[in-house]
Design a protein around this ligand. Structure first.
Ligand SMILES: *[C@@H]1O[C@H](CO)[C@@H](O)[C@H](O)[C@H]1NC(C)=O
Ligand SMILES: *[C@@H]1O[C@H](CO)[C@@H](O)[C@H](O)[C@H]1NC(C)=O
Ligand SMILES: *[C@@H]1O[C@H](CO)[C@@H](O)[C@H](O)[C@H]1NC(C)=O
Length: 183
């Protein structure tokens, strides 16, 4: 009887050791420079101005407040094309659907939450992204918080860079999407 208990105990010890090593080896695998999936795409946003109905891809659904001079409180909802290259009219490889709002009273700064929806022969699924877009910075890191389909359970970082800005009419962002969990 005693012998059996000892055997059980030592079996447990071995089991925990193996489990611990497994967790440790997996926890160490994440390296910022080594994503398991990497996509660089371009996001095009044409804001509705009252007349450009055919071409607009986003619209302000809440006006800026009087707090400061940098659109504080303005909410923009978008359904924007995502392309592989910089050209607005290239065939979209995905859509970006979500919103951003301006949230600083002394500088232009926005907060984004959106889904990249892929429905092509290359990729099917979604990637969900959210975080602060500190527009004055050369690059900004937002979080990839989840995904579905080809991007099942995705997690990682989406690095934004403003590629061009044409007044209030149009802007283009480069989105460098690095996933560190791929299944
Ligand atoms: C809206 O945008 C279109 C296309 O860029 C432009 O032709 C038009 O003048 C703009 N309208 C206003 C009110 O700014
Ligand atoms: C809308 O886009 C079309 C091409 O897709 C272009 O020919 C047209 O000039 C654009 N209209 C405006 C108002 O920008
Ligand atoms: C995805 O594309 C297929 C084929 O073009 C289409 O039938 C389907 O409705 C699309 N699904 C979505 C969610 O857009």
């Amino acid at each position: 009887m005693k012998k059996r208990t000892n055997m059980k105990k030592s079996f447990c010890n071995v089991f925990f050791l193996v489990a611990f090593c497994f967790i440790l080896s997996h926890a160490r695998k994440i390296k910022p420079e080594k994503p398991c999936k990497h996509l660089t795409v371009f996001y095009h946003d044409i804001i509705f101005n009252g007349t450009n109905t055919a071409n607009a891809t986003s619209a302000a659904t809440a006006n800026p407040t009087q707090l400061g001079n940098t659109n504080f409180g303005m909410l923009v909802v978008f359904d924007d094309p995502i392309t592989k290259d910089r050209l607005l009219l290239s065939p979209p490889i995905a859509r970006a659907q979500g919103f951003y709002f301006y949230d600083m009273k002394d500088t232009y700064n926005a907060w984004f939450a959106y889904t990249l929806i892929f429905n092509s022969t290359e990729h099917k699924g979604t990637i969900n992204i959210m975080g602060a877009d500190m527009m004055m910075e050369e690059t900004r890191d937002l979080s990839v918080v989840g995904g579905t389909g080809d991007f099942f359970m995705a997690r990682g970082v989406a690095t934004f860079r403003t590629d061009t800005q044409q007044g209030t009419a149009y802007f283009r962002l480069q989105m460098d999407i690095k996933l560190y969990e791929c299944y």
